[in-house]
Design a protein around this ligand. Structure first.
Ligand SMILES: Cc1cc2nc3c(=O)[nH]c(=O)nc-3n(C[C@H](O)[C@H](O)[C@H](O)COP(=O)(O)OP(=O)(O)OC[C@H]3O[C@@H](n4cnc5c(N)ncnc54)[C@H](O)[C@@H]3O)c2cc1C
Length: 455
């Protein structure tokens, strides 16, 4: 390994200060690595020069946005240089007529949403981490969130990219147009590739008009059976809500225990529905959900008529992450996705699996698109308990696949799930993907070992 600081110092802004390295050693997976150096590029050329040197001098480069990823994608597990893209944070263009935004990767998603809304437009992907996470990180994980049931995830909004390939060459993928089949779809290949195939230094994103109106409804349940029936009934409604969320009894209990400003309308779970569109359509859709949820046995149904009331209804759903972390600092949180019709079954099976291993679980998530946030909870987090929890996690994955689902809806694979990849992807499939990685990164300099351990 060369003296990296001496090598890179004249090429782009870098630091080896211990406190700064410590700040980028881990992400929200809880995993940490040992970076040798932190680079803070300002331009695409800075990134390109860094990767050319990585190939010449054989060191590893790990791209990083805001570090909110949950799977270890930005963790420098093999040391090397962490590339902090947060300094490339300009919104380069918002074109109202074309409904396009062109941005650098370090723009925070929440800032992009606000800037776009100020122009009367809308950028739908809305991960719960939107205020913190960066556009580049959201693209690299194809982040989703609360509006996925109607509007999909990041992959549905990326039209074109500027990417620095692992070799240091710069390419433009896609086009400013809504349609393009000129060659292979490298834009889609890059989205969700978790910083293993290239570093995104600019993105052209599609926007939509801001919905005219929105309405929110929450149904509370007093027993597990009717709560699950409620989710099923909501899924059967012939409408496309922008959010259809479920919170089970244990997750709800954690929120209640964590916040003294929060009054639940039922103890055994909630279903939250949010619709948008023309006011009459919103009203009509909410009426359908109201009837379906009451019919399923909801203890109480509340509707929000203004944004303040809507925020109050969202409080339980948005409060889950801090509440659960406070109560169960030791847990495995997975984000399996199953066909919508199997969402209720997956939640029920999650609890059965955890109990079989002498553990408890909680489940919540985006019922509207089948995305279950499944947590296996630990009380002590010692080796013995972790081994049991890991076995339970494996069974959760196996069950999701049996139900026709997939290992990860929106968080990715990176480090935490790579050992489970063979459960879903055949050997030939994995070999094809590793061959792709090797073709683009023959020297294995860009985020090696992520997703595919041997890559
Ligand atoms: C409280 C909380 C709530 C969350 N809620 C959601 C949710 O609702 N939906 C959801 O989908 N996710 C959610 N996440 C996960 C996470 O926020 C998202 O995946 C997010 O988009 C990651 O962005 P980041 O900038 O923090 O990326 P990082 O964590 O910095 O990086 C993530 C991956 O992207 C790569 N990367 C970063 N920038 C680039 C770039 N410019 N070019 C190439 N590769 C790059 C990294 O190498 C890494 O593999 C949540 C996380 C937290 C902590």
């Amino acid at each position: 390994m060369p003296d990296l600081l001496a090598l890179l110092d004249s090429v782009l802004p870098v630091t080896a200060a211990r406190a700064e390295l410590d700040a980028v050693a881990g992400d929200k997976s809880g995993l940490v690595g040992a970076p040798a150096l932190l680079a803070r590029p300002r331009t695409t050329e800075d990134v390109a020069a860094l990767l050319r040197l990585a190939n010449e001098h054989d060191f590893v480069v790990v791209p990083r946005g805001a570090g909110t990823g949950r799977c270890g994608g930005a963790v420098p597990e093999r040391g090397g240089v962490v590339v902090d893209l947060m300094g490339m944070d300009r919104i380069l263009e918002i074109d109202r007529r074309e409904r396009i935004a062109r941005v650098e990767p370090g723009v925070r998603l929440g800032d992009l949403q606000a800037a776009v809304e100020a122009e009367g437009l809308w950028f739908p992907p809305d991960p719960a981490s939107a205020a913190d996470c960066a556009v580049g990180g959201a693209i690299a994980t194809s982040a989703g969130g609360l509006r996925g049931a109607k509007y999909g995830t990041m992959k549905h909004y990326v039209l074109a990219l500027v990417v620095v390939l692992p070799s240091g060459e710069v390419i433009r993928t896609g086009a400013r147009t809504r349609k393009s089949v000129t060659g292979y779809d490298l834009t889609s290949l890059m989205v969700g590739s978790e910083g293993t195939l290239g570093i995104v230094t600019e993105a052209t994103l599609s926007l939509i008009p801001r919905p005219e109106a929105e309405g929110t409804l929450v149904a509370w349940f007093d027993d597990d059976e009717s709560a699950r029936r409620g989710v099923g009934a909501a899924l059967d409604v012939q409408a496309v809500p922008r959010a259809l969320e479920f919170v089970d009894a244990r997750a709800l209990g954690a929120v209640v225990a964590h916040r003294d400003d929060f009054m639940p309308g039922g103890t055994h779970g909630l279903v939250l529905v949010e619709c948008d569109g023309p006011p009459a359509a919103v009203e009509g859709e909410l009426a359908l959900y109201d009837a379906a949820l009451r019919g399923a046995g909801a203890a109480r149904v509340e509707r929000a008529t203004d944004p303040v009331a809507a925020a109050r209804l969202w409080a339980a759903r948005r409060g889950i992450s801090p509440a659960v972390t406070a109560r169960w600092p030791h847990r495995f949180s997975e984000d399996v996705c199953v066909p919508r019709s199997e969402f209720v079954q997956m939640i029920a099976d999650l609890h059965v699996i955890a109990e079989r291993h002498g553990l408890s679980a909680l489940g919540f998530g985006h019922a509207g698109d089948g995305n279950v946030h499944a947590s296996i909870l630990m009380e002590r987090g010692d080796d013995e308990e972790r081994a049991r929890a890991k076995s339970a996690v494996r069974e959760v994955f196996e069950r999701a696949l049996e139900l026709g689902g997939t290992l990860s809806a929106e968080h990715g694979i990176a480090m935490t799930k790579r050992e489970f990849l063979p459960l879903e992807l055949s050997e030939a499939n994995r070999a094809a993907q590793v061959a792709l990685k090797r073709a683009l990164d023959p020297n294995g300099v860009l985020n090696p070992g992520k997703i595919f351990p041997g890559s």
